[in-house]
Design a protein around this ligand. Structure first.
Ligand SMILES: [Zn+2]
Length: 159
């Protein structure tokens, strides 16, 4: 049996302004995302723990992200593949927020090795919107995105 996905949770929420908050679990019709509309200052939002976002979740996320105060500066860090997929598919998914860092699912076909690697958007931009080389821990060969790299990195273009 598949392990149940963790319920939605927010850690580190400080409505006094700024700081780092961490989102975990599944974003579907259940979570109350109104906390997003109350964030102030410069807030880093780690999405590393987000496991899945369904269509209901996308809708309520967008509703909340649109209401983030004009003066709030959101920086999304450690965006995992399920979040990057939404950013690439759904216009305005981040509102006025920016992605600072993200995970890409890398594989070595030769060794059947898979690993999620963290990249900085600034670093990828400096590299002509390509991922820097990642070496396979087993054979030392170049690992590839388990997806089309150009498609996975679509969001970088508009950033
Ligand atoms: Zn390898």
């Amino acid at each position: 049996m598949a392990e149940p996905l963790p319920a939605f949770r927010v850690d580190g929420l400080d409505l006094a302004g700024g700081g780092l908050i961490r989102l975990h679990g599944v974003i579907d019709e259940h979570p109350d995302l109104s906390f997003l509309t109350k964030l102030t200052g410069r807030v880093h939002v780690s999405l590393k723990g987000v496991r899945r976002i369904n269509s209901f979740g996308v809708r309520s996320w967008i509703d909340a992200i649109r209401k983030v105060p004009e003066s709030t500066h959101l920086e999304f860090i450690e965006c995992p593949p399920p979040v990057i997929d939404q950013i690439n598919m759904v216009a305005g998914f981040l509102g006025k927020g920016k992605v600072v860092s993200f995970y890409a699912p890398m594989t070595c076909e030769k060794c059947d090795v898979e690993s999620n690697q963290l990249f900085q958007v600034a670093e990828v931009k400096r590299n002509n919107a390509k991922l820097p080389d990642v070496k396979c821990p087993k054979c030392g060969g170049k690992m590839e995105v388990d997806d089309l790299e150009d498609q996975y990195l679509l969001f970088i273009r508009d950033h």
